[in-house]
Ligand binder design. Structure first.
Ligand code: HEM
Length: 415
């Protein structure tokens, strides 16, 4: 992904575009976003796109069905020699409506809320081990195992296969970044991961059809609306998005949230004083440092946004991470304030789960997991201390988060 630069070198704005996508900016892309927002609502981006920099325009584009998400595989993955199974994330009505409805029928709020006690048990055990160790990598000890276990248990993946699912999921998540940013090894790893995923889940679906259980795979295999069912390919695409979107994103919500608290002990103290802040705090963490930093849209018809007219086929990159820090939408946008979403009137919604047709189907599960983590941290952790100056980030651009978060935890457990 390159942008044209003047012979004298890139301008400040061109440099900010380069910075926003550079691996060296994973730690802090927000300074580059600030320059981009100041430059205007749209800034020329990579792959012939326009970057959408401001909250109001990101919000408007995500809500407007004139903008399609179906072109993203062609835009970002032209080098793909395997077909990433098409999930409804990359479809438009009527196919999107049909598949999303079938999945929603199985993915009920009751099923999700029923997982709260399970999440509490998992967090209790993981945090207990981490507190006993004192020094721990929170990504390995908490952020990875919780969502992995939750999504695998929800689907009905046996415990002895969780590690395999993690490996496949990581290879596919890395492969969601634009092909131009991936090495030949990473592209090959994506191919292998998708192939392994198809084999593993193909067998599991067949087993559940033959021997139904109380799990989501069985529910999806049995789901039926108006005589309609999921085809094998649709089932695979759906499982892939549920596993990858449902797992890799939440890992980073937990990691980013813990880092944010680590950098603001006053906010941790606030949470310890008032654990009821946990639920609104989840939304503030999602706003402040969202796990998904961008998505794309392509105009299906001529459409005007913020005074600029786009022709059919024009593509934009919606900078969720920038929108969430737009001071025109959020006062003190660069500050973490756990009470922000507890305030009345409610502030603007953040865009961390997207908006409109493709609004995240797993938002309630992700919120539940992070709320349980925050409640447990409030009850049991007195202080968190970072053990490295700058925690390393994974190279991933779209689903962004840390590779490690080495910390020392001080036990504040009254038990
Ligand atoms: C913190 C965690 C999560 C974040 C930040 C997140 C973020 C997002 C975003 C931004 C979108 C919209 C993408 C777009 O419009 O281009 C999305 C869609 C989606 N997410 Fe999530 N997600 C999270 C957790 C989950 C979980 C736990 C699941 C399921 C187990 C899930 C499943 C999905 C699915 C199926 C879609 C596609 C919806 C559609 O196209 O209609 N996500 N997510």
């Amino acid at each position: 992904m390159t942008t044209t630069s003047a012979p004298s070198g890139p301008s400040v704005v061109e440099q900010a575009v380069l910075d926003a996508f550079a691996p060296s900016s994973r730690r802090d892309p927000y300074r580059a976003y600030e320059v981009l927002r100041a430059a205007g609502p749209f800034v020329p981006g990579p792959l012939g796109t326009q970057l959408v920099t401001r909250y109001a325009d990101c919000d408007a584009i995500l809500q407007d069905p004139t903008w399609s998400h179906a072109e993203e595989p062609d835009l970002l993955h032209p080098a793909s020699d395997v077909e990433l199974p098409g999930s409804f994330l990359w479809m438009e009505p009527p196919d999107h409506t049909r598949l999303r409805r079938l999945v929603s029928a199985a993915f009920t709020p009751r099923r999700i809320e029923g997982m709260r006690a399970h999440a509490e048990r998992i967090v209790d055990s993981l945090l207990g081990t981490a507190l006993a160790a004192g020094e721990t990598d929170l990504i390995e000890s908490l952020a990875y195992p919780l969502p992995l276990t939750m999504v695998c248990d929800l689907l009905g993946v046996p415990a002895d296969a969780h590690a395999d699912v993690r490996r496949m999921s990581a290879g596919i998540a890395r492969g969601l970044d634009p092909d131009a940013l991936l090495s030949p090894e990473e592209l090959a790893a994506r191919t292998t991961a998708v192939h392994d995923f198809a084999t593993f889940f193909g067998e599991l679906v067949a087993q559940r059809r033959a021997h139904p259980r109380e799990d989501l795979i069985t529910a999806l295999a049995q789901v039926e609306a108006d005589g309609d069912v999921l085809s094998p390919q649709e089932m695979l695409g759906t499982l892939l998005i549920l596993v990858v979107a449902g797992h890799e994103t939440t890992v980073n919500l937990i990691g980013n949230g813990m880092l944010a608290l680590l950098r603001r002990p006053d906010q941790l103290a606030l949470l310890r004083r008032d654990p009821e802040l946990a639920a609104p705090a989840v939304d503030e963490v999602l706003r402040f440092d969202p796990p998904v930093h961008l998505t794309t849209r392509t105009a299906r018809a001529e459409v005007t946004v913020a005074g600029r007219t786009f022709a059919p086929g024009d593509a934009v990159i919606v900078l969720i991470g920038s929108a969430n820090r737009d001071p025109d939408a959020f006062p003190d946008a660069a500050e973490l304030s756990l009470t922000r979403y507890a305030a009345r009137p409610r502030p603007n919604r953040h865009l961390a789960f997207g908006l409109g047709l493709h609004y995240c189907i797993g938002a309630s599960l992700a919120r539940l997991e992070m709320e349980v983590v925050l409640r447990a941290v409030a009850a049991r952790v007195a202080a968190i201390e970072l053990l490295v100056d700058d925690p390393p980030y994974r190279p991933n651009l779209v689903v962004r988060g840390m590779a490690e978060l080495p910390v020392r935890l001080t036990n504040g457990d009254p038990r």
